[in-house]
Design a binder for this molecule. Structure first.
Ligand code: DQA
Length: 142
C-alpha cells in the first residue's frame, strides 16, 4: 500500500517551533519510526511552505498509484481554497491531520476549508494524529 503524506508550511520546524503546542519531536525521526512500525505501507513524504508546490504534489498523486493521502495543510488549512480544489481532483481516501486540537485554539483555526474534501479529520493527538491516520489505512487494507 502506498500512502502520500503532505505537510504544509512551518511543519518543517516542528520540534523547534512552539514545542508547548507542537511537541519536541521532529518529522525526520518520526518518519523512520513510522516506516518501521508500518512495514506494509510505503510512505512517501512531501513538505512544502509553498501553496503551489503542495497543489503540484496533489495533482501528481492523481496519476500515481497512491492508495491514500494524509495531509496537514498547516495554516493553509484555514484558507486555501486552491488546495481544497486540488484535493477534490483525487478519488483516493484523504485524511486531514493536525498535531494540535484546532478547535481549542484561536478562532481563525476553528475552521478548516480542506475538511469537506477529506474523509475525516484527526486533530489534537500530536504526532499520534499521523499514527492514527496510518492505522486507519492499515485497518482498511487488512
Ligand atoms: C496545525 C494547526 C494550524 O492551525 C497551524 O497553522 C499549523 C499546524 C497543526 O498541526 O496543529 O501550522 O496544522
Amino acid at each position: 500500500m502506498k500512502i502520500l503524506l503532505i505537510n504544509g508550511p512551518n511543519l518543517n520546524f516542528v520540534g523547534k517551533r512552539e514545542p508547548e503546542i507542537y511537541g519536541s519531536e521532529n518529522f525526520e525521526d518520526k518518519l523512520g519510526e513510522w516506516k518501521a512500525e508500518f512495514p506494509q505501507i510505503e510512505l512517501v513524504y512531501f513538505q512544502s511552505n509553498h501553496e503551489g508546490e503542495i497543489i503540484d504534489c496533489i495533482q501528481k498523486a492523481y496519476s500515481e498509484p497512491f492508495d491514500g493521502l494524509i495531509i496537514n495543510g498547516g495554516a493553509f488549512s484555514h484558507y486555501s481554497y486552491a488546495i481544497f480544489d486540488a484535493l477534490r481532483i483525487l478519488t483516493i481516501p484523504i485524511i486531514e491531520v493536525h498535531l494540535s486540537n484546532i478547535f481549542k485554539r484561536e478562532s481563525f483555526r476553528h475552521h478548516s476549508v480542506l475538511s469537506a474534501a477529506c474523509m475525516g479529520m484527526i486533530s489534537g493527538f500530536g504526532m499520534k494524529s499521523y499514527v492514527l491516520a496510518l492505522e486507519y489505512f492499515q485497518l482498511n487494507n487488512s
